[in-house]
Design a protein around this ligand. Structure first.
Ligand code: CTP
Length: 402
């Protein structure tokens, strides 16, 4: 996130509006200024007082405020920021944007702005899937409006599906990426360079309906891909099945199994760096059944024989077209540094990002990592995965541009 940037944050009406508060916190922590605009619907879910307290700035709500409009406040608001973000963007607010309505302060600002716009939709899955919303989104994206999310998952109304607001860290990454895209060349040290990132779990089929998997969410790998793109890199993200949106500005190649992931990685070469953050399944079923395995009454369950998967990190480390920098991850529950150091040598990579997964790291928001290189170990404090990604991207940029 470039320091000193200014974000105009429109909060519209959705149960998920509380997540906008966490986004404000992340933006301010990264040195950005946040000016909030709250719609009447948004004010049903978060109070102007809490938004104002967290943003450290007055909240704008009223198009007809005599004080605000004395200097044509809606035009000033529309132009003052580097970017306008709508978080959460309700179905109603997106419809207003798509049709150019301007009947309150927030929609008027959106119509008057000439700044980049990012929307983070949040609504029930049926509303998101409705042809009206589809058409509204199509016209917004055709006009250059950027979109992050929505994610697939549980909703407030005890239903599940695509429509959940993207997580604050994902929205933060999208904002950082858009703000970085307008930066001077020296602020984009990885411009013109191609980097490869793996992320997520792999699914190893047992038969057409069953598979072996693990609990990796892909959050860390996706955040790294977004952080590298924010520094100007051309990023190929090879991802196993995850419930995350594709990071903006990144080429995402979706795969299922370890063997598909390896093939996609090799096809993406040459790359100047490879960051293997995927939790690749070590084993697959030795004989994938072409038909669904049936349980036969009275017979013992079928044995599950396993075969070793290719090691993508080790393969890339010893590849004829080896990237100049190969980075692996080591998920350890004990003897973190010793195991990571041995893993670095065994796999032939340059750096290992070792993390202690004895707590709630898998699927969680934070990560405590140690960077193991040929010259020693760097201990990083417990940080949000987003921040780990930003720091790692900066360290990679430092290495590649040295
Ligand atoms: N990796 C890979 N291909 C595999 C297995 C692992 O690319 N088939 C990569 C992962 O992306 C990660 C690192 O290797 O960068 C992790 O190595 P792994 O041996 O799987 O370590 P752990 O997950 O830490 O497990 P273990 O301690 O059992 O070795």
């Amino acid at each position: 996130m470039p320091a000193g940037k200014h974000v105009l944050l429109v909060v519209s009406g959705s149960v998920s509006a509380y997540k906008a508060l966490e986004l404000v916190r992340l933006l301010r922590k990264a040195g950005a200024r946040v000016t909030p605009v709250l719609t009447a619907g948004g004010a049903r879910f978060v109070t102007p007082h809490v938004l104002q307290a967290i943003a450290g700035e007055p909240v704008h709500q009223d198009l007809w405020s005599l004080q605000g409009e004395a200097d044509v406040g809606h035009i000033r608001l529309a132009r003052m920021a580097d970017l306008v973000a709508v978080v959460p963007a309700s179905a109603d607010f997106l419809a207003k944007m798509a049709h150019g309505l301007a009947d309150d302060l927030a929609s008027t600002v959106l119509l008057a702005t000439n700044r980049p716009i990012l929307v983070a939709p949040a609504m029930n899955w049926a509303m998101w899937a409705h042809p009206a919303t589809r058409a509204n989104m199509a016209s917004l994206t055709a006009r250059g409006v950027h979109v992050t999310g929505p994610n697939d998952g549980a909703m407030a109304e005890a239903e599940s599906g695509p429509g959940r607001l993207a997580e604050p860290a994902e929205i933060f990454a999208a904002i950082a990426g858009l703000l970085a895209a307008g930066r001077e060349p020296e602020a984009r040290p990885l411009a013109g360079r191609h980097l490869l990132v793996t992320s997520g779990p792999t699914h190893e089929p047992i038969d057409p309906v069953r598979y072996i998997a693990n609990r990796s969410s892909g959050k860390q790998g996706h955040a790294i891909a977004a952080a590298l793109a924010a520094l100007g890199a051309r990023v190929t993200l090879v991802s196993g099945p995850v419930a995350l949106p594709d990071p903006p500005g990144v080429t995402t190649v979706k795969v299922e199994s370890a063997r598909e992931m390896l093939a996609a990685c090799e096809a993406a070469l040459p790359a100047e760096a490879a960051i293997c953050a995927a939790a690749v399944a070590d084993w697959r079923s030795a004989g994938e059944a072409t038909q669904k395995l049936k349980k036969i009454p009275g017979e013992a369950p079928p044995p599950l024989a396993l075969a070793l998967n290719p090691d993508i990190l080790a393969t890339l480390s010893r590849h004829a077209r080896r990237p100049a920098l190969v980075i692996g991850f080591a998920a350890e529950t004990e003897n973190v540094i010793a195991n990571a150091t041995a893993k670095r040598q065994r796999k032939g990579c340059d750096w290992i990002v070792a993390n202690d997964v004895s707590g709630d790291v898998m699927g969680g928001e934070d990560n405590t990592v140690h960077i193991v290189t040929a010259s020693g170990v760097e201990d990083w404090p417990r940080l949000p995965k987003q921040e780990v990604a930003t720091r790692l991207a900066a360290r990679i940029a430092g290495f590649l541009t040295a």
